[in-house]
Design a protein around this ligand. Structure first.
Ligand code: AMP
Length: 421
């Protein structure tokens, strides 16, 4: 198994090219989160067979094996209060039925009639990639089941400490330094390295998608825009990655691209961690390009051969030479000269010259002082945020699984766990 160049071997890491699926197959059980004790997750219970019957007009009908598997999986969890809402899903706090202290996040995908099978492509992607990628710095998918209202539910490890964006923005109450940034960047780099080593592009890396576990570990989440990139000939959409984190090749409409797109986002997160504000926050794509030109340099044939042939290449007429490393020291010097060197390599305009995740992990910055902070010593959400988190943890979630679903819809979506392998 390939091992992250920076860290000790990730013994619990696995990925589709090497390991079996991370979510239940028709024969498998619920996989454990990478940091959970082996006994902490629910196991199939014989009492679940009580749900074997459903009722049809002519009396009770038995469930077929796939429905039964789904019922068993669903019964392992109890859904509680809403934690948040995304574009295609609501996220709820949940717990294991057999042990309410085992908390999970249940992402309930909204049924959207305009899509085939009612599932947004983002949801399909998230399921596809999360079930394959298993690494301590990538959110774990624990289970999948369909509920009676035909919604698909992804059971994810619960990450109660918010996200990196919350820490970055809370300048009044959260203090952090170079060792903390190094620790967070190490976790991010390892997650991205693992995705890329398994030919997966995340395509939406930003502080808001870096969730924090109870032990301080940062986990890359939200794989709704992810895709494989093993086939370099395939055209891909340029309309991915949140604007502030989007690299110049996508802003110029490139349809063939690779892992370097994520690395630009990693660089932007790095910069943001240092200055505690988005580095280049354009309100439009045109403004985003203008900001890149102004603060990093104008992409020209000289610095990036072939750039002018990109479909939507357009830059302000005044050409700004690429800023040398020294020019970054004033604003980003908190991470030292080696840190700035890494930042500049990550924000190379030409994707071919941009540092890869593997090269990033081999950079000398990790070996210079200060050492990365131990995860248990990393800054956490401030007291205000902690109150909310404390409330989340203390609350005993109510059972809302069957909330008002009309009777006619109370047959679970049939899940063929084998299909998406
Ligand atoms: P998403 O649709 O993934 O963007 O999730 C929407 C919101 O739900 C996020 O902004 C988080 O506040 C919350 N959330 C998502 N996943 C989790 C998780 N695994 N643990 C805790 N909260 C989560």
């Amino acid at each position: 198994m390939a091992v992250s160049p920076l860290v000790a071997p990730t013994a619990q890491s696995s990925a589709f090219k090497r390991q079996p699926s991370a979510v239940p197959s028709s024969t498998g059980g619920t996989p454990l989160p990478s940091n959970a004790a082996p006994t902490s997750h629910p196991q199939p219970s014989s009492s679940s067979s009580q749900s074997l019957l459903r009722h049809g007009p002519a009396g009770p009908l038995t469930l077929d094996p796939i429905e039964q598997l789904n019922e068993d999986e669903k019964r392992k969890y109890v859904k509680g209060k809403k934690l948040g809402e995304g574009t295609y899903a609501n996220v709820y706090l949940g717990h294991a039925r057999h042990d309410p202290s085992v908390l999970v996040a249940i992402k309930k995908i909204k049924v959207q009639q305009q899509y085939q099978d009612g599932m947004a492509p983002d949801a399909v992607r998230e399921l596809k990639y999360l079930r394959e990628l298993r690494h301590p710095n990538i959110i774990s998918l624990l289970s999948v089941f369909s509920s009676k209202d035909q919604n698909l539910n992804l059971v994810l490890e619960y990450l109660p400490l918010g996200d990196l964006e919350m820490l970055i923005r809370d300048v009044d109450r959260v203090r952090y330094g170079a060792g903390d940034i190094k620790a967070w960047m190490g976790m991010l780099a390892r997650a991205v390295w693992f995705c890329h080593d398994n030919y997966v592009l995340h395509r939406d890396i930003k502080p808001n998608n870096l969730l924090i576990a109870a032990d301080g570990e940062v986990k890359l989440a939200d794989f709704g825009l992810a895709r494989g990139f093993a086939d370099p000939g395939r055209r891909m959409t340029a309309n991915v990655i949140t604007r502030w984190y989007r690299p110049p090749e996508l802003l110029f409409g490139a349809r063939h691209y690779g892992a370097a797109v994520d690395m630009w986002s990693v660089g932007m997160v790095f910069a943001e961690l240092i200055i505690r504000a988005p580095f280049l926050a354009g309100n439009t794509e045109v403004e985003q390009i203008a900001l890149i030109c102004k603060h990093i340099g104008t992409p020209t044939e000289e610095v990036w051969p072939g750039v002018t042939r990109l479909r939507e290449y357009t830059v302000p007429s005044e050409v700004v030479p690429v800023w040398p490393k020294d020019a970054y020291m004033g604003r980003f010097g908190a991470v030292g000269a080696d840190g700035v060197d890494l930042l500049v390599r990550t924000l190379a305009l030409d994707p071919k010259k941009r540092i890869s995740a593997r090269e990033m992990l081999e950079h000398r910055w990790w070996r210079t002082d200060p050492k990365p902070t131990r995860k248990e010593d990393l800054p956490r959400k401030s007291a205000g945020g902690e109150d909310k988190m404390g409330a989340d943890l203390k609350r005993r979630p109510g059972v809302v699984e069957d909330e008002g679903a009309p009777r006619g819809q109370r047959v679970a979506r049939k899940l063929d766990f084998g299909i998406a392998k």
